[in-house]
Design a protein around this ligand. Structure first.
Ligand code: SUG
Length: 437
């Protein structure tokens, strides 16, 4: 069964708003000057690495920003320019929220369960939604539109789960799947930040209730589904999503000793999975090897672990920042001896990393049967020509640099729309954005 990756394409307004509580990188780089062009080209280059390994690689389009409908609902009236001037002068933080490029981190687009895991033998997707932060809460509507366009012909698609006070559903970022291979029935592990009724901490983003709803809607087998809580220690250290302290691909799972609130509970899960999948490989990283601080700082476990379809060997795609940590370098040296991971690739996605988004954050992944793959909307898939076409569009329309003040400039709205218009034309998608309707 092939695996397909869809990366969130970086938007022309990519900037550092410092909006995400608990996300150390986002807060640290607040108000710095961004380079939307560099960011988008770095993202495309990462996608190209995955594609050149022989994997199916696609993309989600950037969202339209700002969405004036949101502002009209908030009582701002008048022409677009009038509204922009008003919020620029009086509500600059609101402007930042409405201009975030956070939809680029496609791991937060949704949760995917392959047909092999679901009792109705259909693949299921639930579009994610995080209501506790304004800039993230406005993603789900257009993400759902794109899920429908891309997967509508092959998947059972579920609406985002909303109304979860102080928490939400962060999709693949808090979800692990372990299977002997992509096409075999797997075990799905939902990693949550507790019940919405227990704790009121905005950084514990994934609601237990959302995880349960997804497993039920996806018709997962109870005996093959687990729920486990993220550790408070990891969250406090900056692991706002579990995909910063754990990862899984097929039969391999890497996790830090401080990833889960009750490590013994995870041990039981490991044992149960290993009974069914004897070839499962769980690699725990101890604090003595790499401290929690270095795991979070380096984003080692936010790397993208993929299976090369031609060699069947695993390749770890790492952010090049890992080389700044000697503990991580030492651990990586021994990795081929302790795991089936035989290849390592480094990517430069610094522009995304500065907002707390590593290689795994940038992609949504789906394991599909061959016949399901044929039903995917190929307009959203890369081929050699499309790589060049998208790079050319970025080169033509994206700014080399963007300062926080530039968000107040109406011409950024015009440029963004011009780009979105061109890309929808290139992909023959018709009118999908609000400004096109
Ligand atoms: O939700 N950053 C994102 C990063 C998401 C990373 N995704 C995964 N780990 N899967 C977030 O914290 C920052 C935007 C800003 O500050 O402008 C932001 O939203």
């Amino acid at each position: 069964m092939p695996e397909i990756y869809l990366d969130g394409m970086v938007a022309p307004y990519h900037n550092y708003g410092g909006l995400s509580e608990g996300n150390i990188a986002s807060l640290k780089h607040q108000n710095q000057i961004s380079s939307p062009k560099e960011a988008a080209l770095q993202g495309i280059k990462k996608a190209k690495i995955v594609y050149s390994l022989g994997l199916h690689q696609g993309f989600f389009l950037p969202h339209e920003r700002p969405i004036f409908e949101v502002l009209h609902n908030l009582g701002f009236k008048g022409s677009e320019k009038t509204v922009l001037n008003k919020i620029s002068a009086k509500f600059p933080t609101l402007l930042n929220n409405l201009y975030s490029s956070s939809a680029m981190w496609a791991a937060n687009a949704g949760t995917f369960s392959p047909s092999a895991d679901c009792e109705d033998n259909l693949a299921h997707i639930t579009t994610a939604s995080l209501t506790s932060m304004l800039h993230r809460s406005i993603e789900s509507e257009f993400t759902h539109v794109q899920m429908q366009l891309i997967f509508g012909n092959l998947c059972q698609l579920h609406e985002p789960i909303t109304n979860l006070s102080y928490k939400g559903d962060e999709g693949a970022a808090n979800h692990l799947r372990i299977a002997s291979s992509h096409d075999a029935p797997g075990f799905e592990i939902f990693v949550h930040g507790g019940s919405i009724f227990e704790k009121q901490n905005i950084v514990q983003r994934q609601a237990l209730e959302a995880s349960h709803a997804i497993s039920s809607n996806h018709k997962l087998n109870d005996k093959r589904t687990f729920f486990i809580e993220q550790s408070q220690k990891a969250i406090a250290a900056g692991s706002f999503h579990n995909d910063i302290v754990s990862l899984a691909n097929e039969n391999v799972c890497l996790f830090h000793a401080d990833a889960f609130s009750n490590p013994e509970e995870f041990k039981v899960i490991q044992e149960q999975i290993s009974q069914h999948i004897p070839e499962a490989v769980f690699i725990k990283i101890y604090n003595e090897e790499i401290s929690l601080g270095d795991i979070v700082g380096s984003y080692l476990l936010n790397s993208q672990l993929v299976t090369n379809p031609s060699s069947n060997e695993m390749c770890l795609i790492l952010p090049r920042e890992v080389n700044e940590y000697s503990s991580v370098e030492r651990w990586l040296e021994k990795l081929p001896d302790i795991s089936p991971i035989s290849q390592i690739e480094y990517v430069d996605i610094k522009q995304s990393m500065m907002n707390g988004g590593g290689p795994a954050c940038l992609r949504f992944k789906a394991q599909l049967q061959q016949e399901e793959l044929l039903k995917i909307n190929s307009r959203f898939l890369f081929d050699d020509k499309k790589f060049i076409a998208l790079e050319n569009l970025v080169d033509k329309f994206y700014r080399d640099s963007l300062s926080p003040k530039d968000l107040q400039d109406y011409s950024l709205i015009i440029e963004t729309r011009e780009f979105l218009q061109e890309i929808t034309k290139l992909l023959n998608l018709g009118s999908i954005y609000s400004f096109q309707k």
